[in-house]
Design a protein around this ligand. Structure first.
Ligand code: ADP
Ligand code: 5GP
Length: 429
């Protein structure tokens, strides 16, 4: 099964040792690649276009910014620098880990766009050492060194966004530390799909996953937020974990996956999954409308709000102004309003008797070809839980498939595989 590549970002002030450490990691670890940035800076003579940087003029850089070519870009020391998004995702999609050596502003943007990226902040032992290294590098004038020292203070203030800190004092030790981070991250389950050693205990469970190879999957996930004023909202307990797990399962199957997520506690899919953040139910509907145009499947795992305030106030309602009453109106049914432009699997969280009948009705109402039913009144199942279990029902056949209790990721692999088996069958009929 597919194992996703990781994205490592080394950032820190100029002269901290990012380039030295980034090239060390790429040289030492198989399956890692260095991302060559695009810049408006002039070549320093010995630099090679395509190897050190892609050198472009100002108008070309602006054109690329407009066309969302960059995963991140920033003004650094008077020039613009950026990382190409499609190339990074393509490498990660092939299981290669990408190493970026970029400035701190760019790293902060990466964390927003790709929360599973691994951000490493690099600093020498003191500001005096940084100054010495800049002076000894001999690439900058005294004035430039002064400017870079000033900029360093600002850059350090963003350290809180990062995941790791490496003090680049003794170079050999810093190299080992960066390698250790790489080792630990490459054992994270999020990055390795479902290990074959574990599958050996559930033979057959994931057969059907290969149906999704090369397909385009859109997963809707998390709750939506219906705003009362600029800070308060109506929402629900959805953590987003089931949606992220579905995204991981389809990615592991070799699909191209987009995760459209409301503001969830968990929206950190592996890097090759494109994350699109949405707020309200109507925001989610409009985003899905665009995203499903060429999709092979919509996985509707989001817990969309059923009600939204009739009006919302700008700013912050004041307690001193006394009681307020909240008028709520139903939100539009997203799945119905999207029509039948691609097959849909819905999710139903039900309580009490008659759940299967209600889920079947919901599946029909939502024009879905399948629905995953889980029971909210069973312990450890449903919202805000780490685990799940349930029943997969299909519109075209009477049969149902029981997905046994396990982590949401295990359940997600079972659902994706069972859907794949069913699709394969109907394709062959
Ligand atoms: P950055 O990419 O962060 O601007 P570099 O990797 O170019 O930094 O390193 C700046 C300078 O410091 C280079 O001349 C490099 O050889 C040197 N250097 C890097 N790490 C160390 C270290 N631990 N000890 C001494 N010199 C170092
Ligand atoms: P230089 O011009 O000395 O090669 O690089 C100047 C700074 O730009 C360095 O701090 C480097 O990390 C940063 N940089 C290089 N490429 C990128 C990029 O693609 N994006 C961002 N944000 N910064 C970059």
């Amino acid at each position: 099964m597919f194992s996703s590549g990781m994205l490592f970002v080394l950032a820190g002030p100029s002269g901290a040792g990012k380039t030295t450490l980034a090239h060390h990691l790429v040289g030492k670890k198989d399956g890692t690649v260095f991302s060559v940035s695009t810049t408006t800076r002039a070549s320093r003579g010995e630099e090679i276009h395509g190897a050190d940087y892609f050198f472009v003029d100002d108008s070309e850089f602006s054109r690329r910014v407009e066309s969302s070519y960059f995963l991140e870009w920033a003004h650094v020391h008077g020039n613009r620098y950026g990382t190409e998004g499609a190339w990074v995702r393509e490498q990660m999609g092939r299981g290669r880990s990408v190493v970026l050596d970029i400035d701190v502003q760019g790293a902060v943007q990466i964390k927003e766009a790709m929360p599973s990226a691994i951000l490493i902040f690099v600093l020498p032992a003191s500001s005096d050492v940084l100054r010495k290294r800049l002076e000894q590098r001999n690439t900058d004038s005294d004035k430039t060194v002064e400017k870079r020292m000033k900029a360093a203070a600002g850059e350090v203030s963003f350290m809180g966004v990062f995941d790791y800190f490496v003090c680049n004092d003794v170079l050999e030790e810093a190299k080992l530390e960066v390698e250790s981070i790489f080792h630990a991250e490459s054992m994270r389950l999020r990055n390795i799909g479902w290990p074959v050693q574990a599958l050996d205990y559930h033979k057959g469970y994931t057969s059907g996953l290969s149906f999704w190879r090369g397909k385009r999957i859109v997963v809707a996930s998390g709750p939506t937020r219906e705003m009362i004023d600029d800070v308060r909202f109506v929402s629900n307990r959805s953590s987003g974990l089931m949606g992220v797990s579905m995204a991981e399962a389809f990615l592991a199957a070799g699909a191209r996956v987009v995760l459209v997520s409301g503001p969830a506690f968990n929206m950190e899919p592996p890097g090759p999954v494109r994350l699109v953040k949405v707020g309200s139910a109507s925001d989610m509907r409009e985003t899905l409308r665009k995203e499903i145009i060429h999709a092979d499947l919509l996985v509707m795992a989001a817990a969309v709000a059923d009600f939204t305030p009739v009006s919302s106030t700008s700013g912050k309602l004041k307690r001193e102004e006394g009681s307020i009453s909240l008028d709520l109106e139903p939100t539009p049914d997203i799945t119905r309003s999207l029509g039948s432009s691609c097959p849909v699997i819905s999710f139903a969280l039900e309580y009490g008797d008659g759940a299967v009948e209600r889920a079947r009705k919901k599946m029909k109402r939502k024009n879905s070809f399948a629905i995953f039913l889980n029971m909210g009144d069973e312990p450890e199942v449903g919202m805000e839980t780490a685990c799940n279990s349930g029943t997969l029902l299909f519109a075209s056949v009477e049969k149902s498939i029981e997905i046994p209790f396990g982590s949401k990721k295990f359940v997600a692999f079972g659902i994706a595989a069972a859907l794949g088996r069913e699709m394969e069958k109907s394709d062959n009929e």
